[in-house]
Design a protein around this ligand. Sequence first.
Ligand code: NAD
Length: 375
Amino acid sequence: MSSKPRKAATASKKVTVRVAPGTYSTGEEKKKVSDKSASEGSTNGKVVAVCGAGGFIGGHLVRKLIADGHTVRAIDKKPQNLWYQRHSAAENKTLDLESLDNCKEAINGVDWIYNLAADMGGMGFIELNKGLCMLSVLINTHLLMAARTCGAQRFFYASSACVYAGFKQRTTDNPGLKEEDAYPADPEDGYGWEKLFSERMCRHFREDFGIETRVARYHNVYGPNGTYDGGREKAPAAICRKVLAAKMSGNKNIEIWGDGQQTRSFMYIDDCIYGTESIMASDILEPINLGSAEMVSINQLVDMVEGIAGIKLKRKYNLSAPKGVRGRSSDNTMIRAKMNWEPSIALQKGLEKTYAWIFDELKSGRSEKSVVNAA
Ligand code: NAD
């Protein structure tokens, strides 16, 4: 592939482009999403449960839902001193959601449920922990069962690009995965099978029991207040950490998993949160991509982080490390058509913020075990 990162697919002129967190290039288009939500029942002032709230995406979602005026119950199995963000305005609960009884307690009295709880991590974790990844099926299944009896109106499930068929991702020049590419089923072993099964559980609970389900297929999400160490981190955070470690230690080597030519797209957390809330508020019933279409190779990702750090490193390629599929990106035709919007925060911009946050973490001596941001 060319050495230049591919630009995000450009949509029609009507597309809402987020230019900064909370602001949009056309107020009119943002209003469209809000109006749609309003017509389907106001999205303001709900009682909302966020499951997996101690994790990366969950912590950001809780912050945004509180800012939007919702009453939020935040649930995670981790002790609260280990949550990436713990917001005092939320009702924070420590519960293991693999148990049906705990799910009932977690969502009792809520209007809407966001399920972001899962045992997951980057490629290194999901390739070596397939059984643990599949056990997350208990969380989504028990949450859906509890939702039936607790009277919740709406249920969001965080699915993944790992549901897509492996045979569609064998070359680096992936044109972008369309929603229909999940079938015939050939997902990532373990983690991807659980996601695909849980998507279908959502669909059948909607069809059979009337629970309004929404499913987004996230493509690699990154940003501050997430995992950058310890084995569960994903490529952007791992590369920021490795480049920073090289810069701080003076050892100018970097290990790269695979040959570095494998391709991916990465979505900045603010796009993820905006898209998640918008999909939840919409009438989109089928699983939909929520990802960036700006595809880069891992080598290009390293180039960008090196540029931010102002350093050039000697690359050592570890060809026996877990690599995942050869090429993956998000085809955003459906989300543009349905929402007049697609994730558009440039990788360069998002990486600058992520790198700065990890730099502060490392400099302050905080470890993954104490990354709590009480607000
Ligand atoms: P994360 O690991 O940071 O957060 C997940 C949280 O779920 C953790 O805090 C964990 O403690 C919690 N959890 C796990 N098992 C639990 C249980 N039994 N009961 C209660 N809580 C439990 O992950 P994330 O990056 O924030 O991902 C959130 C969701 O989005 C997950 O479902 C993940 O599979 C999905 N997803 C994420 C990405 C990504 O790039 N981050 C990509 C695709 C899909």
